[in-house]
Design a protein around this ligand. Structure first.
Ligand code: NDP
Length: 341
């Protein structure tokens, strides 16, 4: 039996692939080009349990057909992680909304066409962005749980890149739940989603560390790029979760019965740029005088939160303690420091 991982070259997906290989699963990964697929295989020492297929653009709803057709008998589990995560566009439909929605629809339609009775579990990598209402006025009484949905529509999502990304994740996730409802008598699979907040932590391979990191880890890298004269934001920038917990949650999302039909909202609490900076000063004295200074008493101020995220249901379901902000920042920074030296 094999696990199909779409977007296997991504920051989160590489950790998922490693976790799967460590548990002796056979993995079929997709990458946008042969070269990217070959590089990933090399990174895993050409482990024979990892095979790669090319899916060049998930905007095409037929993009996954050849993969499901070829491997229909083997694939029991599908983990759909591929989706654009960046804010560098003004072409919101083309670059964010269409690939997110069509990627999700396309992989599910391909399962229906070629593997309706063999695929048993599907996990969609959604996001807290599908839960969080970007335009809601900040309030400590605004409580999000696994039950909330961002109100974005295809049209309202096109105001700016942040709204387009959040809209893309909401629309893609909704597409999956609606597909299952419509096709529950045709397909065999059960669905779960993993909805992380900002994901921090080391890249699986140091070779992925460049001047700019993936969108979420760049928030830590940006603190390392700050100047001693900079004053960093002490207000909460969002919530964080470590990539190793996100990878583990993808496995739990298909291995366990208690995760069927669930949205797993992955967060281990809020952070600000200054909180990250303080952790760096505490654990990496070599940055003293080189980046923005440490600030006193700047730990996240719960009096000033713009929302509350209550993911106690997910924590209870999963049952392990998530990696702390300090460890997540430490491991991210240690890897960057090692590559840059
Ligand atoms: P990455 O950018 O590292 O990974 C995204 C993956 O999707 C890459 O493999 C990328 O390929 C692939 N991809 C993007 N667009 C297309 C396309 N049009 N056609 C084919 N493949 C495509 O980001 P992350 O690992 O951070 O994100 C992975 C998933 O997790 C995404 O669904 C994202 O929305 C979600 N997520 C991420 C969070 C975070 O903080 N990192 C938080 C919440 C959710 P390539 O690199 O070759 O372009």
């Amino acid at each position: 039996m094999s696990v199909l991982v779409s977007g296997a070259t991504g920051f989160i997906a590489q950790h998922i692939v490693e976790a799967l290989l460590n548990e002796n699963y056979k993995v079929i990964g997709t990458a946008r080009s042969q070269e990217k697929g070959d590089n990933l295989k090399k990174q895993f020492n050409n482990n024979p349990n990892l095979i790669m297929e090319v899916v060049s653009d998930i905007s095409n709803v037929n993009a996954f057909d050849h993969v499901l057709e070829k491997h229909a008998k083997d694939i029991k589990v599908v983990l759909h992680t591929a989706s654009p995560f960046h804010f560098n566009t003004t072409e919101y439909e083309k670059d964010l909304l269409i690939p997110a929605r069509n990627g999700t629809l396309g992989i599910l339609e391909a399962i229906k066409k070629y593997a309706s009775q063999t695929v048993e579990r599907v996990v969609i990598t959604s996001s807290f962005a599908a839960v969080y209402d970007v335009e809601a006025p900040p309030s400590k009484d605004l409580v999000y749980t696994e039950k909330n949905w961002n109100p974005a529509t295809w049209e309202t999502a096109q105001k700016n890149a942040v709204m387009a990304y959040c809209g893309s994740k909401k629309i893609a996730e909704k597409t999956a739940w609606d597909f299952l409802e419509k096709n529950k008598n045709v397909v065999k699979f059960q669905l779960s989603t993993v909805n992380p907040v900002f994901v921090f932590g080391p890249q699986l391979a140091s070779s992925s560390v460049g001047d700019t990191l993936n969108t979420s880890c760049e928030l830590i890298n940006a603190v390392l790029k700050s100047k001693p004269s900079d004053v960093l934001a002490t207000s909460i920038a969002g919530e964080f979760i470590d990539v190793r917990d996100v990878a583990k949650a993808h496995l739990a999302a298909f291995q366990r019965e208690n995760t069927v039909g669930k949205r797993l909202v992955m967060s281990n609490g809020p952070f600000s740029s200054q909180t990250i900076c303080n952790v760096i000063h505490k654990d990496f004295p070599q940055y003293d005088g080189k980046i923005a200074p440490v600030a006193k008493d700047t730990d996240v101020d719960n009096g000033n939160v713009s929302f509350v995220l209550d993911n106690s249901a997910t924590k209870k379901l999963l049952g392990w303690e998530f990696i702390s902000l300090q460890k997540s920042v430490d491991d991210t920074v240690a890897q960057i420091a090692q590559v840059k030296n």
